[in-house]
Design a protein. Structure first.
Length: 173
């Protein structure tokens, strides 16, 4: 999967670039957001565009947002300030999730150690159809509630409700 990287120079850009190269995906187009060249991007063959969001890139997001409507590209945003602060286990987890987004896979778990057993997964259950406890024939016709002055539903009910006398509640404080 060929990647285009839109990032500013500096530590946050270096951090993301190293993670992308570590995932094995070649970076075939690289530019700062202000210098995005759509023709060069198209010629590169990249179909995944990783945008490293920082304050300098955010000033040029209009150019980047135009890529979102183009079905040829899968645009992935990375929060530069957050990811550049990660280390150890958190950095490895971030890199796995980034690789999963690039590859379009849902499994971002680390590889299992050799000889480890997979966690058992429950078998999918068939949907359960809810059945009433009492057959409909046994219920019979429902009686109106005590004091009900409306006999219908729908548009007729609205007309009947308007015909009811209004109550005077002025004595309630």
């Amino acid at each position: 999967m060929s990647i285009a990287l839109l990032s500013q120079a500096g530590e946050s850009g270096r951090h993301l670039r190293e993670a992308l190269l570590g995932s094995g995906a070649p970076i075939v187009y690289e530019a700062q957001a202000a210098e995005l060249d759509r023709d060069a991007l198209e010629r590169s063959g990249a179909r995944v565009v990783v945008v490293n969001l920082d304050t300098e890139v955010e000033a040029h997001l209009d150019e980047v947002y135009s890529l979102l409507g183009d079905e040829r590209y899968n645009v992935i945003f990375n929060e530069a300030q957050v990811s550049s602060q990660l280390s150890g286990w958190e950095q490895a987890r971030w890199a796995r999730h980034l690789a999963a987004k690039i590859l379009g896979t849902e499994n971002a778990d680390p590889p299992r150690p050799e000889g480890a057993e997979a966690v058992p997964q429950p078998a999918p259950r068939a949907p359960v159809e809810a059945k009433p406890d009492v057959p409909a024939a046994a219920v019979g016709e429902v009686e109106p509630t005590v004091g009900s002055e409306l006999d219908s539903t729908g548009p007729e009910a609205s007309q009947e409700a308007q015909a009811l006398p209004e109550e005077d509640y002025s004595d309630i404080a």
